[in-house]
Design a protein around this ligand. Sequence first.
Ligand SMILES: [Zn+2]
Length: 75
Amino acid sequence: MGTNPPERASAAAKILAKPADYKVCEGCGSIVLKKALLCPNCHAYRFDESTPLVIRQAELLGSRAAASVTKEDYH
Ligand SMILES: [Zn+2]
């Protein structure tokens, strides 16, 4: 019950709708809100704010969620 792939996919969709509101943590690759000062995941304070990178990371997040749905279908 720990994972929730649909929620993850919709989070990715939310980011893709407004990629300019987000940035990517240089420490762990997480997508965080642009106004965040520290990464909530690894507490790094260095971010890449380039929108194309945010989009790429969000697509990765979305496709990873889709992959885990597929995997569960085989069980
Ligand atoms: Zn991080």
